[in-house]
Write a protein that binds this ligand. Structure first.
Ligand code: MG
Length: 276
């Protein structure tokens, strides 16, 4: 049944001018939270080592998560709290001694961007986590932009923004014209057509959504949106997503994705390159 739905989606897509199976089609591999699941990455999500491992293996991009503390410091960390302390309720100093599994401290965004500067061919897939008030959402977006500018990384060819926080996506879309902004959620009332009308130009979707509702994909394409998918770690799901026609695959196993693209004869978008 699932396969039938996906075939319908592919058939619908094949009539569109931007065909999914044109010979020039390329797929960008995004290392999820850096390439952490390897020796070089130290088995540590969002660590400097994981980012460096992504850069060293020339994956197209490296995804990372950004949370803002009570005093406005941006930290690269996935969860909204450490040891029960929420970032929104405590200043940066409270988290200064927290260590990651590989012994690194939680990186500040400044430290993370300093590592990105070492090899700018690796694109930033910048996830801003949800913040609880409009004031903090605005501040988190503005601070993110300022930091990127300070590190010479504020460039639509260098960074794409992603978030589950629709308000933050909208603020990025307004403040950063020309940049790719992808919404991470998949609520029915926020389908790609709705998002496009709001000014969002991309989706970054849980891959299961494409099985349960293949129209999600066609709606995105009909509205000219880029399509990213998370978090695809299994070879058969990767294969299905590649066949469906996604632009980006976000994965904890980027080397597996690279091997599969070679096996399928689909071009990998190289580090330092961008979609036309
Ligand atoms: Mg993330």
């Amino acid at each position: 049944m699932i396969k039938k739905y996906l075939l319908c989606a592919l058939a619908a897509f094949s009539i569109l001018p931007l065909g999914a199976k044109t010979p020039e089609r390329q797929v960008a591999i995004v290392a999820h939270r850096g390439y952490w699941a390897c020796e070089a990455g130290g088995q540590s999500h969002n660590s400097i080592a994981a980012l460096k491992a992504s850069q060293d293996l020339d994956f197209w991009g490296s995804e990372f998560d950004v949370n803002m503390t009570k005093d406005g410091e941006l930290l690269v960390f996935h969860d909204d709290a450490v040891n029960g302390k929420k970032f929104k309720d405590y200043d940066h100093a409270e988290f200064a001694d927290v260590t990651l599994p590989n012994g690194e401290k939680i990186p500040t965004l400044d430290q993370y961007l300093t590592q990105f500067e070492q090899d700018k061919t690796c694109r930033l897939v910048f996830e801003l986590k949800c913040h609880d008030t409009l004031a903090r959402q605005i501040k988190a977006v503005e601070q993110s932009i300022e930091k990127l500018k300070a590190h010479g990384l504020y460039d639509p060819k260098q960074v794409i923004f992603i978030s589950f926080d629709l308000q933050e996506c909208l603020i990025f879309a307004e403040k950063c014209p020309g940049f790719t902004v992808q919404y991470l959620g998949s609520e029915a009332e926020r389908n790609p057509e709705v998002l496009a009308k709001l000014g969002i130009n991309g989706i970054d979707t849980n891959f299961w959504k494409f099985y349960s509702d293949p129209t999600w994909y066609t709606l995105a394409r009909r509205n000219g949106m880029s399509v990213n998918v998370w978090t695809v770690d299994d070879k058969e799901h990767m294969r299905t997503m590649i066949e469906l026609g996604v632009d980006y695959i976000t994965t904890n196993d980027p080397e597996l994705c690279r091997e599969l693209l070679q096996e399928m004869g689909v071009k990998e978008l190289k580090a330092g390159k961008n979609f036309k």
